[in-house]
Design a protein around this ligand. Structure first.
Ligand code: PLP
Length: 397
């Protein structure tokens, strides 16, 4: 008899709703032509990486000893690369960082997993604000901890503090924050973050152990109207930052990111060691060697992400004119309008009949909404508007 870990087998066979929609879109495109399918299901950046990525990659490939370049780096990443990251954040945030505070990872996902596996013991609880990136449930459970969901404030998509206070217990080990947020596009205001920090400080003081803030920030650079995402350790000292170049440099397939354990974290050397040990136990070995160097060389650049703001403006205005209720996103390339009926799954099915692929909010812990990933060319958004209008008109009659 074949005996495998059933939880893992289930994870390996269940396709995510997003992937299913994406696959449906490919099938539908073969039937009716790709120009007639409006696929807003997946968060793959639509703009190319900047030309400098290719230039630096070619230069590094031609000038670096190949044995060194394609070899393993140290587990935490090349020390020169980590020093360049520290310099960049020190320039931007006066952060007082050195290479020792960075652990390079295969994307933000691996950084979040290093935090969770490094921090959590069995029975620990990790708070997650809805609407959330669905993989957090998998990551937290995979680390042997219990995810505790805090329902959304669906007007602003900031934090519902009354619900946060109810959810905190002596077992709370960490809170995951994702701002700019997938799927709502919200960026937490300085006021929200300060209030969050005060509540976590008070909680830590009464229970005698810190509550870590795991800041998952792959969209840090994708913000609108000149907004800035605050450097969270300035507001809450026990913050661990998970970053990646998947979105800002349009490099999701290259799998490059980092975990930053700043010196403000209580006993940061121990926390760093635990995260590094987690990376080791998960078999991460080291982040991709070539792209460690490429990302360091491009550290202060982004892809031309301005199209996301253009798309956001066009969609928010057009959808509101059609009668949709949309909270305006502050960043990312997602928006999360209310569905025109309570059942978001039924609504997304009706959208599919118009060849509009949007993701029901239930999968993000927030029913009654749907996610639109507008990381597509603006011309696609324009072409999709009649389909959104046909969908809305069904609910008017
Ligand atoms: N966190 C959030 C909120 C995301 O939306 C994503 C990807 O879409 C990730 C983490 C994983 O990103 P990465 O490619 O950096 O691992």
């Amino acid at each position: 008899m074949i005996n495998v870990n059933e939880k893992m087998a289930a994870l390996g066979t269940q396709r995510s709703v997003i992937r299913e929609l994406f696959e449906f879109g490919k099938k539908r495109a073969a039937e009716i032509g790709p120009e007639n399918v409006f696929d807003f299901s997946i968060g793959n950046p639509s703009v190319p990486a900047p030309a400098s990525v290719k230039e630096h990659a070619l230069k590094i490939l031609s000038e670096t000893d190949p044995v060194l370049l394609h070899g393993y780096t140290s587990a935490q990443g090349d020390s020169g690369v980590r020093a360049m990251l520290a310099d960049s954040l020190n320039r931007r945030f006066h952060a007082g960082l050195t290479a020792e505070h960075f652990y390079l990872t295969a994307g933000a996902a691996a950084a979040v997993c290093c935090c969770l596996h490094g921090l959590c013991n069995p029975g620990d609880e990790v708070l997650i604000f809805a609407p959330y990136f669905p993989e957090y449930l998998v990551f937290v459970q995979g680390a042997g901890a219990k995810p505790v969901i805090i329902p959304a404030d669906t007007d602003s998509f900031q934090i519902d503090f009354a619900r946060l206070e109810q959810a905190l217990t002596p077992k709370t080990k960490a809170v995951i924050v994702n701002s700019p947020n997938n799927p709502s596009g919200a960026v937490y205001s300085a006021e929200t973050l300060k209030k969050l920090a005060d509540i976590l400080d008070a909680h830590a003081a009464s229970y005698g152990h810190p509550v870590y803030l795991i800041a998952d920030e792959p969209y840090r650079e994708i913000v609108f109207s000149g907004r800035k995402v605050p450097y969270l350790p300035d507001i809450y000292r026990n913050t661990l930052i998970c970053y990646s170049w998947s979105k800002s440099l349009s490099l999701p397939g290259e799998r490059m990111g980092y975990l930053l354990v700043p010196p403000s974290v209580d006993d940061f050397e121990l926390v760093y060691a635990a995260a590094a040990g987690a990376g080791r136990s998960l078999g991460y070995v080291c982040a991709p060697s070539l792209f460690q160097r490429v990302c360091a060389a491009c550290v202060d650049e982004t892809a031309d992400i301005s199209v996301y703001e253009t798309n956001k403006n066009l969609l928010v205005k057009s959808l509101r004119d059609m009668g949709y209720h949309v909270t305006e996103p502050d960043g990312t390339f997602y928006m999360f309008p209310r569905t025109l009926e309570d059942d978001d799954v039924a609504f997304a099915e009706r959208a599919k009949e118009q060849n509009l692929l949007i993701v029901p909010g239930s999968g993000f812990g927030c029913p009654g909404h749907a996610r639109i990933s507008y990381c597509v060319p603006t011309s696609r958004i324009k072409k999709s508007l009649p389909a959104f209008e046909r969908l809305a008109s069904q609910y008017r009659s």
